[in-house]
Design a protein around this ligand. Sequence first.
Ligand code: 6IA
Length: 127
Amino acid sequence: MDIFFSASIRGGRDDVDLYADLVTRLEQYGTVLTEHVGTEDVETEQADVGLTDGDIHDQDVAWLRRAGAVVAEVTTPSLGVGYELGRAVAWEKPVLALYRPDGEHELSAGARQRRCRRRRVRNARGR
Ligand code: 6IA
């Protein structure tokens, strides 16, 4: 199964080690299309490869469309992650949202609510 892993990049990279750990775990269950989200210097790579923001958006939307499941780490608020979750829900993808309740920010109401038929919210450290 193709898995779309979504997590903060420009929203803040404090949890990048956790993202890398989650990508490794998810690889046991399928192909992670977005493993770069767990890479420390993802933004430098963007500049090196010469990708525009438009290129990144279009590639991500294509991967999201193809994915059989979406896993998002939502502890660090991120416009990009919120956008991807909205599209995933609209396309009725199964979504697992992970967060740390001890994080600096309160989880947004829209991300916390569990009424979507195919969406679950769980503690990112597995508790
Ligand atoms: O607003 P944010 O930057 O925090 O949004 C994060 C989300 O946007 C992630 O879940 C990604 O899917 C997407 N995103 C942001 N930057 C990139 C990116 N940079 N590549 C792919 N997706 C991105 C360049 C990567 C490099 C290897 C060429």
